[in-house]
Design a protein around this ligand. Structure first.
Ligand SMILES: [Zn+2]
Length: 266
């Protein structure tokens, strides 16, 4: 799904958690953006610190890990992918990765900057995802974070309109999710990020040991469950295109490699 998801409302206990997160971020040398911080000074550290703050707030909106079996299943699969990401993307080795589950029908899955994952049982049940499907979904989301997609989207917004540089970062964060004009301008960036997360996600999960053909099965289920499987949007490739790309990549991997190499294919 789209990486930017900072538009959640604040909940009661969020303030204390936010303050604690801000404190931890400060101790770790990162700065949580204040209303005074401009978008010009935006760094990956700041994006990660802000994501931790928003993630903590979002968690308050959910009953977390209520289905113990599902939570254990997700954690086991995510652990193999995170271990692989830590090897392939050195920056992620020190991240405070977190994985939580919910049963919220409005949530599907995402991984915020810095490795903060939230995934819904409702979505997994709706698509009847098996473990390999789930690995593909999680790997896609993990790649959004590992590839710094949030930071790159903000940087693209700054390129499109340099006036953002002197405005508060928190305003830019809001605009990226709510300003239809800016969202239109960023649509092609988001489209490319989805394609990249699909491709690199499959490679990540395959390097972690999952058979490529099984990983492609996730996109078949997405295609079959979609009301408009052939419809692409400016910021999103159609399920049909995603399934086709996944099939082709899986076929290439199976043809050219007996097993996943120990080093990344970048
Ligand atoms: Zn995505």
């Amino acid at each position: 799904m789209r990486t930017a998801s900072n538009r959640r409302r604040r909940a009661g206990r969020a303030l204390l958690r936010s303050l604690l997160n801000a404190l931890f971020a400060l101790l770790a040398g990162a700065s949580v953006p204040t209303s005074a911080q401009t978008a010009a000074g935006l760094t990956q550290q700041t994006v990660i610190a802000r994501a931790a703050e928003v993630y903590a707030t979002r968690l308050n909106d959910h009953v977390l890990d209520g289905d113990a079996r599902f939570a254990a299943r997700v954690n086991a699969i995510a652990a193999t992918l995170i271990a692989r990401a830590r090897r392939d993307y050195p920056e992620t080795a020190d991240w405070a990765w977190e994985v939580h589950t919910t049963s919220d029908p409005d949530q599907n899955a995402d991984c915020m900057a810095g490795g903060k994952i939230l995934i819904s049982l409702a979505y997994i049940q709706r698509l009847e995802l098996n473990d390999a499907d789930l690995a593909m979904l999680l790997a896609h989301e993990i790649e959004h974070a590992a590839l710094r997609h949030n930071l790159k989207e903000y940087q693209q917004a700054l390129l499109l309109d340099p006036r953002w540089a002197s405005r508060p970062f928190l305003e830019l964060e809001h605009a990226v999710d709510n300003d239809s004009g800016l969202m239109d301008q960023l649509a092609s960036t988001n489209y490319e990020q989805e394609v990249e997360a699909d491709r690199e996600g499959m490679l990540l999960a395959w390097r972690a040991g999952w058979p490529a053909a099984q990983l492609a099965g996730y996109f078949r289920k997405m295609y079959r469950n979609s009301a408009e499987p052939r419809r692409s949007k400016p910021d999103y490739p159609s399920p049909q295109l995603r399934w086709q790309a996944a099939r082709e990549l899986a076929a290439t991997l199976q043809k050219n490699y007996v097993q996943a190499p120990t080093e990344p294919l970048h």
